[in-house]
Design a protein around this ligand. Sequence first.
Ligand SMILES: [Fe+2]
Ligand SMILES: [Fe+2]
Length: 264
Amino acid sequence: MKRLAWLTDIHLNFLRHAGLKAFFASLPEADAFAITGDIGEAHDVAGHLRAFADRAPVYFVLGNHDFYRGSIAGVRAEIRESCREVANLHWMPDAGVVPFTETTCLVGHDGWGDGRLGDYHRSDVMLNDFKLIEEFGGFWESKDERLAKLHALGDEAAAHFRAFLPDALSRFRHVIVLTHVPPFREACWHEGKVSDDNWLPFFSCKAVGDALVEAAAAAPDRQMSVLCGHTHGSGEAQILPNLRVLTGGAVYGKPRVQRVLEVE
Ligand SMILES: [Fe+2]
Ligand SMILES: [Fe+2]
């Protein structure tokens, strides 16, 4: 039995020095941390991850906020560098299948609100993502151009899961999936309800959901548990008998541990 402390959407850029010190001092004893994105912003995410790594191995994905005031390519490059330098840091898109216990492994990818669920074309949501992440073109970008980018980011994550889940499920009874964006409508908890069609395009990653369902359906004797965040509303969704999704709750400026999972 090992203890995996799961955190999501901790947005540590909202804390000052004393708050950060108190937060890191409050972390529970664990064999490892699983962090499902929105850790900070482009300038500070790597530093915060290194602080976790001083305590225990860290298995993480990045969320949309982790690229704010920077670029996806730039942050990913910096994170890769940190992972090369710090043995305890593991960015899941590069880590593949990570054995955690004899029967449980971890697989993960950042994911992205891919615009496929809900009603993208009628939605009036304008996320800060499109202004604060260099790869997007701000207000001036057409909706179609933006949607192509959302699709590509979702598809990249789905391709990762298609590449690694069959092997993970053949070797382990239980696969813990780490991803930032909820992969199913039913998992898009926001203020106690499932998000509406206005928000769903940005709150869900359908491409990943499709890949997870395919993998779970092909391995009915295996169990998959998905940990995600992004919507800041906590909830659970049972998608298939062997596919369960936990979405983490979050409040800006009040980072916390979602739960400590006892993993067999
Ligand atoms: Fe968040
Ligand atoms: Fe997010």
